[in-house]
Design a protein around this ligand. Structure first.
Ligand SMILES: C[S@@+](CC[C@H](N)C(=O)[O-])C[C@H]1O[C@@H](n2cnc3c(N)ncnc32)[C@H](O)[C@@H]1O
Length: 241
């Protein structure tokens, strides 16, 4: 272990367009010796890495792909998380700074939250900096030209995997609601919107800001469709639409 510990950056890279990176994120990415990124188990693909790849210096930082399992099995989860934390700690304890990149904002439904928490638990002296990024709700609101809140309006934010009653309550009690993780439950979402008379008030964005971004203003057309994981829905009750 080096005398000097490296610093962990939980760094948001925005929703998809490299232009939406902050100047701070850009500077850190050009200086950091280790770039850790979340990758898919099978393909090894990483959306977050694809956003920043063109901005990295040559030969660039060590790339450390971290697999986050999509399982609910607590033992498997714990084992994988411990392994991930150990890989990051190995670099930090050797005095090397690590930037862990996540799409959007690192403190919004992100693996960065758990990684930071776990490292702080295991190694209380670890230094961490959270580098904010443009969140997908922020990016999507801009692309859809929907003002998320004006005056005294309120905004709800909820992952669509939550139970249907919870989603109904959030919709009922806010002027605007942003649903994340809608891809797998789109049909149920459309049923819920129809029941509440809000189908015409919804819009959907897939891979906001990426070259293959898609925008859907008629959500009925999405029934039965296979959608990308990176899909969100904004429902606005009033306002101009
Ligand atoms: C685990 S959350 C990550 C949120 C992210 N930390 C943020 O700040 O936007 C993943 C969900 O965020 C939404 N999401 C993230 N990036 C997106 C994008 N570029 N376009 C559309 N939705 C996106 C999708 O609903 C996706 O299922």
């Amino acid at each position: 272990m080096s005398e000097h510990l490296g610093k962990l950056y939980a760094l948001g890279v925005g929703p998809g367009d490299p232009d939406l990176l902050t100047l701070r994120a850009h500077r850190i990415l050009r200086e950091v010796p280790v770039l850790a990124y979340p990758k898919k188990m099978r393909s090894g693909d990483s959306y977050a890495l694809s956003i920043v790849e063109g901005l990295l210096p040559e030969p660039g930082p060590e790339r450390l792909g971290l697999v986050f399992p999509m399982t609910r099995d607590p033992e498997k989860l714990q084992r994988q998380w411990e392994e991930t934390a150990a890989q990051v700690w190995e670099r930090l304890s050797a005095g090397r700074d690590v930037a862990f990149i996540t799409e959007g904002h690192p403190y919004l439904y992100s693996t960065a939250i758990h990684l930071v928490r776990l490292l702080r638990q295991l190694h209380p002296g670890v230094e961490v900096e959270i580098v904010p990024g443009v969140s997908s709700p922020g990016g999507a609101a801009a692309r859809l030209d929907i003002a998320l809140a004006d005056g005294d309006e309120t905004v709800g934010l909820i992952p669509a995997v939550a139970d249907r009653d919870a989603m109904r309550r959030v919709l009922a009690s806010h002027d605007t609601t942003v649903f994340l993780k809608v891809a797998k439950v789109m049909d149920m979402m459309i049923d819920l919107l129809e029941e509440m008379g809000l189908t015409d008030r919804a819009a959907v964005v897939t891979k906001c800001g990426a070259p293959d971004e898609e925008i859907f203003r008629d959500v009925r057309s999405l029934r039965g469709r296979d959608l990308e994981y990176l899909t969100l829905m904004i429902v606005q009750k009033g306002g101009r639409r």
